[in-house]
Design a protein around this ligand. Structure first.
Ligand code: BGC
Length: 639
């Protein structure tokens, strides 16, 4: 079984990482006020480390009116008092590092809350002044008309009238989140200062929220503009010169060719989310066809060697369907969000387990894809348990409910009275905390939690998943997705049955003739690969990760089929050799001897014996090759 040494410390730690995304508010409440907090999170770090991830991504914990769950920041340098203090953040980082966990936090670069002092100052400042120009203003709401509205369920325009400023301000998200103006050099200066503030505290990486929208230009759609990339290059330059080894992760919900631009030439972000892959994984299992996945990966350009995609199945937002065609969106909505309450904006506000109807096989299959596709996997807290959601809550709150730790009050999340919790704990018979919780799943060797741990432990054995190349294998059966992940001398074969029924597949693996596939989760060697297509059968929604080992021995019970000894046949030809054409021996030759003989000849096309052989004529051997018995004049020939 493979177990590879860590590549030399090349500063590319994020390529081998597995990220666990969580909300401090919803993780664990240490002071029983009903709200999760930083000391609570610190007390649960062992749980996270034992899960087998190595990086935590924290949703915003800064002072905020929380009208966009903290992405509406009112003070970039502080901590929301409900969650703790800046000193607690320091403690958290130290405690995480002590357990080998890295910490990524949010740098919300596109907008602030309208409560931020910069905005309060801007709206009362003289038009045209530097303070006013921290944000984007207009006398009318007609500018930048070609720009889409992202939160289309709530907002009708990207402009909102501010009666104090007597002008419209620009916002790509909620109307209480004015966009910062990067045409004002002061803005980037301030943002860099905020960045240094958190990096100095020891955070290992920053997720750059909503990066495609930093700069606006008339006549464009105001996404991915070259000026925006210039801003990112300046941010990256600071990382490279002052904080080498730290990470920038772009949130750019774009098509692959636009998203990859956030890597620049290796001089913008180290990582970027692969948004279009995610809905296509759901599409592939709904349609029982690998095409959506192979197609989007083929459309994905190569990226600089130091860069990496971040891949995910779910996160704190809706399952976004922005990066699919409208026909695909309708299809995904009808399959995964038949209940209109599950839909929001251009997406679906559901967690992984309910999306897959608590079908453990599909949950495992999707996780196996997540953990073996090219990129760094990001797991969303609670999905390792199969937690559910609550579509009756507003906005995307239904996927942000408290972590379910035990069957105790509030799911063990808090000892406060339940009505004090900002979001209610799930209580239903299928997904409620009595049915789904950490304590029970820790005791159950077959739980999803323990399965996830085993998968993560297995993934850590090799760098092929994080760093290797990917090559699809074109098998005839399209319900099977098969691909090779290759890194240095390791090759892993991943095979996934996307369908609801058992499937056979023949894989053209002749290039690996002689290698022994070792199924990685169970360590079982399979028969060696030969010159023929390799036959596998998979149960419904089954998958295999197989190390194509050059060293492992094939299973003891499997001997390659012994060469069939040519059978000795006695032909009795009465009279002349031509009797072979008329005698009963002809049938023996045509049906038993020659088909097998022909199939073994090098020059014969194909390895299977011909269906029919017929003798056209016979030439007698020369004198002395035949023996005459004398009796009855019969001659005996040996074939
Ligand atoms: C975050 C969302 C947030 C939005 C606006 C996004 O990219 O992931 O949760 O609502 O930014 O702040």
């Amino acid at each position: 079984m493979i177990s590879q040494p860590h590549p030399q410390d090349d500063g590319l730690w994020y390529k081998d990482a597995v990220v666990y995304q969580l909300h401090v508010k919803s993780f664990f409440d240490s002071n029983d006020d009903g709200v999760g907090d930083l000391p609570g999170l610190i007390s649960k770090l062992d749980y996270i480390a034992n899960l087998g991830v190595d990086t935590i991504w924290l949703l915003p914990f800064y002072p905020s009116p929380r009208r966009d769950d903290g992405y509406d920041i009112a003070d970039y340098r502080g901590v929301h008092p409900d969650y703790g203090t800046v000193a607690d953040v320091r403690k958290l980082i130290r405690a995480a590092h002590a357990r080998g966990l890295r910490v990524i936090t949010e740098l919300v670069v596109n907008h602030t809350s309208d409560q931020h002092p910069w905005f309060q100052r801007a709206r009362t400042s003289r038009p045209g002044s530097a303070a006013r120009n921290f944000y984007v203003w207009s006398d009318n709401d007609k500018a930048y008309a070609g720009t889409r509205v992202i939160f289309c369920d709530t907002e009708k325009s990207n402009w909102t009238w501010d009666p104090v400023a007597n002008a419209y301000f620009w916002h790509r998200f909620y109307s209480h989140q004015p966009d910062l103006n990067y045409d004002n050099p002061q803005v980037l200066k301030e943002v860099l200062a905020v960045m240094r503030h958190w990096l100095d505290m020891g955070v290992d990486g920053l997720r750059l929220d909503a990066v495609p929208y930093l700069v606006e230009r008339e006549g464009t759609n105001n996404e991915n503009l070259p000026e925006t990339h210039q801003v990112l290059k300046r941010i990256r330059a600071v990382i490279d010169s002052e904080y080498p080894g730290r990470l920038l992760l772009a949130e750019a919900n774009q098509w692959p060719e636009d998203a990859q631009e956030y890597f620049g030439n290796g001089d913008e972000c180290h990582m970027s989310f692969h948004f279009p892959l995610m809905p296509r994984m759901y599409m592939a299992i709904a349609q029982e066809d690998r095409f959506p996945i192979t197609d989007i990966i083929r459309q994905t350009p190569d990226i600089p060697a130091t860069c990496q995609w971040a891949i995910f199945l779910r996160n704190h937002d809706e399952l976004t369907l922005e990066m699919v065609t409208s026909r695909e969106r309708d299809y995904l909505w009808s399959v995964y969000a038949a209940d209109p309450r599950a839909r929001i904006n251009l997406g679906i506000r559901r967690r992984l387990a309910p999306l897959l109807e608590r079908d453990r096989r599909r949950v495992e299959l999707m996780n196996s894809l997540l953990l073996s596709m090219p990129g760094t996997p990001v797991l969303y807290y609670g999905d390792e348990l199969g937690m559910g959601d609550n579509v009756h809550l507003g906005d995307r709150d239904g996927v942000r409910t408290p972590m379910q730790w035990s069957p105790d009050r509030n799911g063990g999340f808090s000892r406060a009275d339940p009505e004090r919790l900002p979001l209610p704990v799930l209580m239903g018979p299928l997904y409620g905390y009595e049915a789904v919780n950490v304590e029970a799943q820790q005791r159950d060797p077959h739980s999803l939690l323990n399965w996830t741990r085993r998968m993560l432990a297995q993934r850590r054995q090799t760098h092929a998943f994080g760093r290797g190349t990917l090559r699809f294998i074109q098998a005839g059966n399209r319900k099977i997705l098969a691909y090779l992940r290759q890194w240095r001398d390791t090759t892993i074969l991943c095979v996934a049955n996307l369908s609801n029924a058992a499937q056979p597949v023949e894989l053209p693996l002749q290039a690996f003739n002689g290698r022994v596939p070792v199924e990685m989760l169970g360590g079982t060697p399979f028969p060696a690969i030969g010159e023929l297509p390799y036959l596998l059968t998979l149960p419904p929604y089954g998958f295999y990760w197989m190390d194509l080992s050059a060293e492992a021995a094939p299973p003891g019970w499997h001997a390659s089929a012994p060469e069939r000894m040519p059978e000795l046949v006695t032909l009795v030809l009465r009279g002349h050799a031509n009797a072979v054409l008329t005698d009963g021996s002809r049938q023996t030759l045509e049906t038993e001897v020659l088909p097998e003989y022909l199939a073994r000849q090098r020059w014969f096309p194909g390895a299977t014996p011909p269906a029919r052989v017929s003798l056209a004529y016979a030439t007698p051997f020369g004198a002395g090759r035949a023996e005459s018995s004398g009796a009855g004049g019969a001659e005996y020939y040996w074939a």
